[in-house]
Design a protein around this ligand. Sequence first.
Ligand code: SIN
Length: 275
Amino acid sequence: MGIEIRKHEGGCGAEVLGVDLNSLSDADMRIVRRAYADNGVIFFRDQSLSEDEHIAFARRWGEIDINKFFPHIAGYPEIAAVRKEKAQKTNIGGGWHTDHSYDRIPAMGSILVARVLPDQGGDTLFANMYSAYETLDDATKKEIAGLKAVHSNAHVFGSNAYYDNPERREFSNDAAVGEAVHPVAITHPLSGRKALYVNPGFTLRFEGKSPEESRPLLHQLFAHAMKPEFSSRFQWRPGSIAFWDNRATWHFALNDYHGEERLMHRITVAGVALH
Ligand code: SIN
């Protein structure tokens, strides 16, 4: 049986069927790479990846970007723990964002493997930034052509910031906070397509403008990209894996399972400078 690429329900992503990620041939990899570039996020079901196999799969895509904020799995600095304990109220990634846009060279994407799931809830939403860009009106496309935006993580990972709370204090890392500037509309390095590259989690303002001056257009772009027709909802099951591209999608981890544990293993793959 060959590989099948099936569009996920909704406006973002595709499911890759008929593969075992532990034994992908080079020809299979070419198909999977194409699906990744075209769809922004790809989903796999019924996989069985040990920590070492997770790392080996990630290395087929590029260098691993070691997370500077999240605790890692014991013995595996490459694997960040995306965990919510039974007693915790906050989750990781509980708002629309894309990872690492605050880095000068933002990460390509993340491979998230489900390890412990709540009985119900804990789905992840994904939004398609190719579609968000392509459906902007011509005047807005013209307005953002050549425009750059400033991204930062200080308000998320710095002192007195979102994660600097008693549940997540270990995430707070002032030494690693940073800012970067990227084009608002990028040409995607793999697909060559245009994608919208601002996100509510980390984009603060346009270059050369204050946050107040930037707000109307920035919020217009966020509201447009959040339209339900560009997004999909991924329901996790044991053996599920999502591999998203930070340059083509946003994601949002729903926090609707208080009192239950959820643990995901995340490996982030390094990217390239964006233009
Ligand atoms: C994240 O990396 O933002 C978390 C995604 C998830 O836990 O579903």
